[in-house]
Write a protein that binds this ligand. Structure first.
Ligand SMILES: [Cu+2]
Length: 232
């Protein structure tokens, strides 16, 4: 009974869970194939080339990023690695990570590159997006790109829209009890880092998913507590 309840919860969690990269096009749909898992570092166990010819031109000065997020909230990290089949994502596009709230599309019109990263025209690279929730479990997805000095139309304007109820703030670095003065964002700021997007709350889709997730979490907590009770 308990086991079936737990597996039911797990299945429901999978259906409502995880995220996708809408732009640039992700390496492959990491939800469609049972060999893929967004829990697997660095790219959800999706091999490079899983979808052929799936490299998006992206400006050498930085570009747009659009995510479809399905949790009530998450922390978001965006990294870049250079090369054809990257395993070392050693450039961060989010020197201060984001605290995102809401379920739906989060579109960033322009992400700047860090100062040390000056890719050549035609340089292959991969963008890695990591989300981190309250359990400490991270989810990964990747999008393969080719840096282009020109000819890339920005994914801006009407295409880059953020869902109502979705917003994020940049988490400032803190030391014991004091916030460092870089909060204004000069030295470590990477483009949109000082931007806080806000949107109206309370659309039906995002809100209902959030409620479901909360209920699921409560059920899991109860089940785990029950198991502890039985084994103790
Ligand atoms: Cu999930």
């Amino acid at each position: 009974m308990l086991r079936s309840l737990l597996s039911l919860v797990a299945m429901a969690g999978l259906a409502a869970a995880h995220f996708s990269i809408e732009y640039p096009t992700w390496r492959a749909d990491s939800l469609e194939n049972s060999n893929y898992s967004q829990y697997v570092f660095p790219c959800a166990n999706v091999p490079q080339g899983a979808w052929s010819d799936n490299r998006t031109d992206w400006p050498t000065t930085g570009g747009s990023l659009s995510l479809d997020l399905h949790h009530p909230w998450t922390y978001v990290f965006v990294n870049v690695g250079l090369g054809e089949n990257v395993t070392n994502f050693n450039y961060s596009l989010t020197p201060s990570f984001w605290n995102e709230t809401g379920s739906g599309t989060l579109c960033i019109p322009h992400l700047d590159l860090p100062a040390g990263l000056e890719p050549a025209d035609g340089q292959h690279a991969t963008i890695q997006v990591v989300t981190l929730g309250e359990s400490g479990t991270a989810l990964y997805n990747c999008a393969d790109i080719t840096f282009r000095k020109s000819g890339v139309s920005n994914f801006g304007g009407g295409n880059c829209t953020t869902s109502a109820g979705v917003s994020y703030s940049v988490v400032n670095q803190e030391t014991n009890g004091t916030t460092t003065s870089s909060g204004g964002g000069s030295s470590t700021t990477s483009g949109s880092a000082s931007t806080t997007t806000t949107a109206t709350t309370g659309t039906s889709a995002g809100a209902s998913k959030g409620v479901n997730m909360t209920v699921l979490t409560s059920v899991v907590a109860l089940a785990v507590a029950f198991m502890y009770g039985m084994s103790a």
